[in-house]
Design a protein around this ligand. Structure first.
Ligand code: KIV
Ligand code: NA
Length: 266
């Protein structure tokens, strides 16, 4: 059984087939999603928030991404594994981007990398694609720029920003990107970008007009704590279920109900 490739995703757009993407940060969770048939798993730098305990994606390092990406690759057989290039791993220029992307391909075994920006990341995307590394672009809300954006807001609301987004998407496609993530973009604009590109768009908070959708897995499964953003749909209540399991276990140990006879050796 071979892995999904970027060719399969191009073919899906030709056929008008939508596909789901989820993030994953460890081998065991990744194996669950792989067995569930999720074709593309993203080792997102959302690991900063969801796995490593930072309060944004900005502090995530290449060393951290390499470890998490390798685990996700080891936990999967069929999914295309895409890893984020973290903040600071490609902004210096194409050579730095190639060095770090190569590390994720060789050390971790990922099939593609993702980086933020359209026109501003054009030389990076071009060099990676030339080198044979598939690139997924990420436009709209780009969390690595949170300090410049001043927060996590919907992007592309005014005409100028919408035109820039269309230019960025075209730039990413022309540079050879195989897909474009659109994060927190008005649905009408995301649909327009999707129609104007021949490569697939992957929406998150970008409406139903995209070719694919992505969610952060801890949001999708209801493990994340706190307020649920509007664009998230929770398909499970893992935080509740896991907390309840931990409380019951603690009770059983304190009360002497665990371990029972059947858990003991003689
Ligand atoms: O890091 C991440 O999880 C992402 C997705 C939200 C697209 O970049
Ligand atoms: Na990311």
């Amino acid at each position: 059984q071979r892995r999904i490739t970027v060719r399969d995703l191009a073919a899906a757009k030709e056929r008008g087939e939508k596909w789901p993407m989820l993030t994953a940060y460890d081998a065991m969770t990744a194996s669950v999603f792989d067995e569930a048939g999720i074709p593309v798993l993203l080792v997102g730098d959302s690991a900063g928030n969801c796995h490593l305990g930072y309060d944004s994606t900005v502090p995530v390092t290449m060393d951290e991404m390499a470890v998490l990406a390798a685990a996700v690759v080891r936990g999967t057989r069929r999914a295309l594994v895409v890893a984020d290039l973290p903040f600071g791993a490609y902004q210096e220029g194409p050579v730095q981007a190639l060095r770090n992307a190569t590390r994720l391909v060789k050390e971790a075994g990922v099939g593609a990398v993702k980086l933020e920006g359209g026109e501003r990341s054009l030389p990076q995307t071009e060099l990676l694609v030339q080198a044979g590394i598939p690139v997924m672009a990420h436009l709209g809300l780009t969390p690595q720029s949170v300090n410049a954006l001043g927060g996590y807001y919907v992007q592309g609301r005014d005409e100028e920003a919408a035109q820039q987004l269309l230019r960025d998407a075209k730039a990413a496609q022309d540079a050879g990107a195989f897909a474009v993530v659109l994060e927190l973009v008005p649905a009408e604009l995301a649909a327009e970008v999707t129609r104007s590109l021949h490569i697939p768009t992957v929406g998150i908070g970008a409406g139903a007009g995209c070719d694919a959708q992505v969610l952060v897995w801890t949001d999708m499964a209801g493990l994340t704590s706190g307020r649920v953003p509007r664009f998230v749909k929770q398909y499970a209540k893992l935080r509740e279920a896991l907390g309840e399991a931990a409380r019951e276990y603690a009770q059983d140990v304190v009360g002497g109900a665990f371990p029972a006879e059947e858990h003991s050796f003689h």
